[in-house]
Design a protein around this ligand. Sequence first.
Ligand code: SAM
Ligand code: DTB
Ligand code: SF4
Length: 317
Amino acid sequence: MVMRHDWSRDEIRQIYRLPLPELIFQAQVAHRRFHRPEEVQLCSLLSIKTGGCPEDCSYCSQSAHYKAGVARQELMNPADVLHAAKRAKAEGSTRFCMGAAWRQVSDGKEFDRVLEMVRGVAALDMEVCCTLGMLSESQAQRLKEAGLSAYNHNLDTSPEFYGEIITTRVYEDRLRTIAHVRKAGITVCCGGILGMGETDEDRVSLLEQLSHLDPHPESVPINMLVPNAGTPLGGAEELDPLVMVRTIATARILMPASRVRLAAGRRGLSQEAVTLCFLAGANSIFSGEKLLTTPNPGSDADHRLLETLGMRAMQGA
Ligand code: SAM
Ligand code: DTB
Ligand code: SF4
């Protein structure tokens, strides 16, 4: 099947608005062409540098612009990170993602320490992912040489709505870093957040942006806003879980070979809603007690859920 990178806004809107049974059917057909429908990849997250971020992302507990009560923590040491990665692997994760609350990476001691972390995790035979903010071409290259498999850098929402959520950077900045990652031969992890007050049209527009990336991002995280008290979106209205289902299904149809990750927000979804997300084509989740700063269902609960559904965790790379 030929991958398409030219889905029109109209086509995407029509898919997104299909009657739900038809939408899920089409997503299942796309899913089964490229993936085993009973398999879900478990990924783990670790915040290696927490809080004090100069960006003003309205959803984020780590922005220095707001008081969300998250304790700041300087860059961790590689030994502790490795310890966490080993634990994640023992709990069934095949991908380990390290997040730093930076606007951008700066060369020097700290970046060297991150490279050491990447080398250490790669040696565990896990997929290793980082999300460190903006990246230059040469920094992407150095991460690649250290063994980085994937770089997470989300577009978050539509270009039209972006300025309502973040004012300290622009959409183009995000696209530039994604291009640097791609050029270095690192796989791209790029998705968004739902539940920030965006409209269906914004979600369609975000999907348009993602599906026009060529090649498609290998991994597409769809986050449901975790409201953080003290941030501008702390009191955001709760999202209808079916919006997650529709967005995931549409992403699955547009980018059939990608891993679509049901990322943040699972604590706010019922077991049935999570099941619908799997039916819609989600085949990856974050496992473990904590995301970066907020709680997540623990690994035991995840394994129980998969067992109940007759599904299983994807085995190592
Ligand atoms: N500072 C880096 C950056 O923004 O690229 C990396 C870390 S940042 C926390 C990674 C992603 O997590 C964001 O792009 C956003 O999509 C997601 N995220 C952050 N806070 C969230 C929240 N409260 N709810 C849902 N997703 C969130
Ligand atoms: C992504 O799209 N979701 C993850 C990961 N990439 C880095 C982060 C979710 C963060 C949720 C809020 C928190 O725990 O602070
Ligand atoms: Fe900083 Fe990333 Fe949070 Fe934005 S999402 S405030 S860039 S840590």
